[in-house]
Design a protein around this ligand. Structure first.
Ligand code: AMP
Length: 299
């Protein structure tokens, strides 16, 4: 079984208290696919412009990410500009240029199978719904989002949630969507939409998981250095779904472990700008952080 990831591929311009970079590789599908590729074969569906470099496509392929679902369209690649202050938990979006994503409705390539798991990484919920309706997935389906879509596509997002299994969003987004300040109340509100499992990410404070009677808290890995939090959420989602895709079943134990792997993968992503924190590591590094994580949380 493989994981299909749909989302943005982007050039990001990022400013954090620790540096400033222009037009670096980013995008929700980029981070999520690289993260998932440590566990499972990945099929990516996205679109880039003619300004996108072939070297990045090769980088995905080398990692076992099938890139046949990346469309190259005349025009510019999606661009996102953001700034973080010392509170690194929330990005201030300075500009978003959809470019080739404007009106993008991909043809689903034949190698994408409904039995595979599906991660609808952060992108317009109308596009996420379109992909869902075309693939008609039979595997586990997860969905991520952001404040922009909660504000402008609330109805589409709530409709989509009825059909999916696992919804990931951060604490501010959970409050925005539910109108509740308490995160337990926010999770209850979101669960009423029909989605079976909810993950509320809390940046450096870890993540919360809600599903029926199961509640689980996972801390963020303790880091000495955070350089750029961009992509942490996408990396978390990719790690979690990548791990679950290789498990015989989705149960309490595999879900708990998947959350821990999501948290660990995200910890690598934030150590460097762009995807460097993920592309410079091996499965051995992940395993060693996993063991350290166990020690740090044992009581
Ligand atoms: P995260 O930090 O995990 O929330 O995600 C950051 C990534 O999301 C960046 O690499 C951006 O390119 C991408 N991104 C930002 N805004 C959007 C948007 N409106 N739609 C899709 N992707 C976006």
């Amino acid at each position: 079984m493989a994981l299909t990831v749909i989302g943005s591929m982007a050039f990001d311009s990022i400013e954090t208290p620790f540096g400033k970079k222009r037009d670096i590789l980013g995008g929700s599908a980029t981070f999520a696919s690289i993260s998932a590729s440590f566990f499972t074969p990945v099929n990516i569906i996205s679109v880039v412009g003619t300004d996108f470099s072939e070297k990045y496509i090769k980088m995905f392929q080398k990692r076992g990410v099938d890139t046949r679902g990346i469309e190259i369209k005349k025009g510019n690649t999606f661009r996102w500009e953001a700034k973080y202050n010392y509170d690194l938990s929330h990005a201030e979006t300075l500009s978003t240029h959809l470019n080739v994503f404007d009106g993008f409705r991909p043809l689903i390539p034949a190698h994408i199978k409904p039995v595979d798991n599906l991660l609808l990484a952060n992108i317009d919920p109308d596009l996420q719904s379109y992909i869902f309706s075309k693939i008609k997935p039979k595997g586990l389906v997860a969905c991520d989002t952001m404040n922009l879509w909660i504000q402008h596509r609330r109805k589409s997002l709530l409709n989509l949630l009825k059909k999916i299994d696992l919804f990931l969003l951060n604490d501010a987004e959970a409050r925005q969507l539910s109108g509740e300040s308490n995160l337990l109340d926010a999770a209850k509100f979101i669960s009423k939409s029909g989605v079976k499992m909810v993950v509320i990410k809390k940046g450096e404070h870890g993540a919360l998981f809600f599903s029926g009677k199961l509640r689980f808290m996972v801390p963020a890995y303790l880091l000495e250095r955070i350089t750029d939090p961009t992509g942490a959420g996408d990396t978390f989602a990719g790690g979690m779904m990548g791990y679950l895709t290789r498990q015989a079943s989705v149960n309490d134990r595999s879900l708990r472990k998947a959350l821990v792997y999501g948290s660990i993968l995200a910890s690598f992503a934030v150590e460097q700008f762009s995807v460097e924190g993920l592309t410079n590591i091996t499965r051995k590094d992940i395993n060693s952080r996993y063991r350290h994580f166990e020690k740090l949380t044992k009581f």
